[in-house]
Design a binder for this molecule. Structure first.
Ligand SMILES: [Mg+2]
Length: 192
């Protein structure tokens, strides 16, 4: 049977984004991330998948191995709350630094979400994408999942980009846990 999933952007959504994060020691999760992921996964039965643009790799600033180390660190930090990311996908390419045909994974393309759906037998019609950038929301839109934008004073231009493109998210959340609460509530038809 297919399962629903919540897809998350990584930097700026799950963890603070220092720019081209390659050092696991610098990983800092946002408040309530372990608890919220635990609830989505263990109570609601969502698969948890990270889909992340990591152009720092093609820019030569970090290695693919660094990206993997950061991913491992995130799961280490989630573990005490019995939370886990089931799978991490990342796109290391950028059109300015890579052949254009390699860049098809890069958000706003839905490719990583669609690949994960195939790999993990995910029901996209019951799934969600959460991110802090317009490209995250458009990627979710393009994959046919519901979308949640985490909007703070640091990224308030993103909602304007989405309004201009007429791709408004299903919900605008002020932080990670409010994004997850919307999903739990929406998924159960407003009954929680
Ligand atoms: Mg981000």
């Amino acid at each position: 049977m297919k399962t629903p999933a919540v897809f998350f952007d990584r930097d700026g959504t799950i963890n603070i984004d220092p720019g081209y994060l390659g050092d696991p020691e610098l990983v800092k999760l946002f408040p309530n991330v372990p608890q919220s992921i635990s609830k989505l996964r263990n109570i609601f039965g969502f698969k948890i998948v990270v889909v992340s643009n990591q152009s720092g790799v093609s820019r030569g600033l970090i290695s693919a191995d660094d990206v993997e180390k950061v991913n491992l660190k995130i799961n280490e930090l989630l573990k005490p709350e019995d939370a886990l990311i089931d799978a991490f996908y990342f796109c290391p390419y950028h059109p300015q630094f890579s052949p254009i045909e390699k860049c098809s994974c890069r958000k706003p393309s839905p490719e990583m979400i669609l690949t994960a759906a195939d790999d993990l037998n995910i029901d996209l019609s019951k799934s969600y994408m959460v991110g802090d950038k317009a490209s995250d929301i458009i990627s979710g839109f393009n994959a046919g999942v519901k979308t949640v934008l985490i909007s703070t004073s640091k990224n308030d231009e993103q909602i304007i980009i989405l309004q201009k493109e007429d791709k408004r998210p299903n919900f605008v959340a002020e932080n990670f846990s409010s994004a997850c609460n919307f999903i739990c509530n929406d998924f159960s038809g407003g009954k929680t």
